[in-house]
Ligand binder design. Structure first.
Ligand code: PLP
Length: 368
C-alpha cells in the first residue's frame, strides 16, 4: 500500500530550512537576505514558504507582481516586500498593502511620485533598478543624475534600495560579462550615493551570484532557486535539498500488443508487446508535452519508466514493461529521489520552468 492517493506536490519545509541555512553560510553575517517568493514561491506555496523563512530570520521578500505581494500580506507576512514588476495602475494597491515598488524607468518614477504626492505620503520606500546589461528592466546608469534630481524635488519618496540583476551569473564562460555588469552597477552607485544623506540597501546577486561572486554581495542578496533546492550546477545541487516532490499514482495498467498505439495522434507505437500505466496528471498540471515521447522518466518502486506518446491534458502514459507494479502504486516525477533539474534537462528546459509550471490544480501538501 502506498501513502499517495492522488497527485500531490509535497512541500518539505525542513529542506527549505536546510537550503536557507546553507545560503546564509555563504554570505557575511551582516549581509541581508531577500527570499524571492514570486510565482507561488517557484510553484510551491508562497505563504507557507514565506512564513517559515520569516521565522528563520529572513530580512526581505520579493515577488514579481503586486497581487502576489497582496496575497503574502493577507497571509500574515510582515517583513518588507519588494514588488519586482509592478504596473503603474497598481501603485495605490502597492501603497495600501505597504509593498515597496521596483521603480525602473523615468515613466514609473514619475507615476509613482504622482501617486505618492496625491496620497500625501512622506518618504515612501522605493527600490531603483539599474539596467547593467540584462536589457530587461531598469534605468541606464547614464540616467543617474536625472533620477537624483527628480527625487530631490519631492518629499514623497525615499530610495530604500538600489539594485540590478545579473544575466549569466551561473555561467563560468560569461565571467567577463558579469564583471562588466558589476562595474556598471558600481558606476550607477558612484553617481547616486553621494547625492543622498542616507544609505540605500545595495543588492545585486541572485542565487548563482551569491555562490560565484562573493565580492559582489553588497548589503543584501536575493535568492530564489537556491531556497527551493537548485544551485545551477551539479556541485551546488549536492549541497541543497529539493523542497518540492511531485507524486502521483498508477490509475490503470494496460497490456498492449505489438503494433497497437497509445494516446492521442497515436504518439507511441508499440514495437513489441508492452505494459503501460496511465497516470492522473497531464499538461494542465504542468507536465507539458515537451516531456512526452520518451524524453523523460518517472520513478516507480525505485525503477525508471519513460513517459510515452503525447502527454494529454489530464493524463500521461508510461512504459512499465520491465517494472513490477500495480494499480494504485506510487509514482514520483521529481523530488529528493529524482532530480527536477534532470527531468527538465532531458526535455531541453530548466528546473525553474518545470517547478513553476506545476499548476494550481495540483494539491499542495506541506511537510514540516
Ligand atoms: C527571479 C529573480 C531573482 C531570483 O533569482 P534566482 O536565480 O532564482 O535566485 C532575483 N532577482 C530578480 C530581479 C529576479 O527577477
Amino acid at each position: 500500500m502506498s501513502q499517495t492517493s492522488e497527485t500531490v506536490l509535497e512541500i518539505n519545509l525542513s529542506a527549505l530550512e536546510h537550503n536557507y541555512k546553507y545560503l546564509r553560510s555563504q554570505i557575511a553575517p551582516t549581509t541581508k537576505m531577500l527570499g524571492v517568493v514570486k510565482a507561488f514561491a517557484y510553484g510551491s506555496d508562497a505563504v507557507a514558504i514565506a512564513k517559515r523563512l520569516e521565522k528563520l530570520g529572513i530580512n526581505y521578500f520579493a515577488v514579481a507582481y503586486t497581487q502576489e505581494g497582496v496575497s503574502l500580506r493577507k497571509g500574515g507576512i510582515e517583513k518588507p516586500i519588494l514588488v519586482l514588476h509592478p504596473q503603474s495602475t497598481n501603485f495605490e494597491e502597492v501603497i495600501e498593502h505597504n509593498l515597496f515598488p521596483n521603480i525602473y524607468s523615468k515613466y514609473t518614477l514619475g507615476a509613482f511620485i504622482k501617486t505618492a504626492e496625491k496620497l500625501q505620503l512622506k518618504k515612501y520606500p522605493i527600490h531603483l533598478k539599474i539596467n547593467t546589461g540584462l536589457n530587461r528592466l531598469g534605468f541606464d546608469p547614464e540616467e543617474a543624475n536625472w533620477i537624483t534630481d527628480r527625487i530631490a524635488q519631492t518629499e514623497s519618496v525615499k530610495i530604500e534600495g538600489i539594485f540590478s540583476h545579473l544575466a549569466a551569473s551561473e555561467d563560468k564562460a560569461e565571467r567577463d560579462f558579469t564583471k562588466y555588469q558589476i562595474e556598471n552597477y558600481k558606476s550607477a552607485l558612484d553617481q547616486i550615493l553621494p547625492k543622498l544623506d542616507y544609505k540605500p540597501i545595495r543588492h545585486l546577486c541572485n542565487t548563482s551570484g551569491i555562490l560565484n561572486y562573493p565580492e559582489a554581495h553588497y548589503d543584501m542578496v536575493r535568492t530564489g532557486i537556491g531556497l527551493y533546492g537548485f544551485g545551477n550546477s551539479a556541485e551546488e545541487d549536492q549541497k541543497l535539498q529539493p523542497v518540492a516532490t511531485l507524486k502521483t499514482i498508477i490509475s490503470q495498467i494496460h497490456h498492449i500488443k505489438k503494433g497497437e498505439s497509445v494516446g492521442y495522434n497515436r504518439g507511441f507505437k508499440a514495437e513489441k508487446d508492452t505494459k503501460t500505466a496511465t497516470l492522473p496528471l497531464g499538461h494542465a498540471d504542468g507536465i507539458n508535452r515537451i516531456y512526452g515521447k520518451q524524453k523523460t522518466k518517472v520513478l516507480i518502486n525505485g525503477q525508471l519508466a519513460s513517459i510515452i506518446g503525447n502527454v494529454c491534458m489530464d493524463m500521461l502514459m508510461i512504459d512499465i514493461s520491465e517494472i513490477d507494479c500495480e494499480e494504485g502504486d506510487e509514482v514520483i516525477l521529481f523530488g529528493k529521489e529524482k532530480s527536477a533539474e534532470e527531468f527538465a534537462h532531458n526535455a531541453g528546459t530548466i528546473s525553474y520552468e518545470l517547478i513553476t509550471s506545476i499548476s494550481q490544480r495540483v494539491k499542495r501538501k506541506i511537510i514540516n
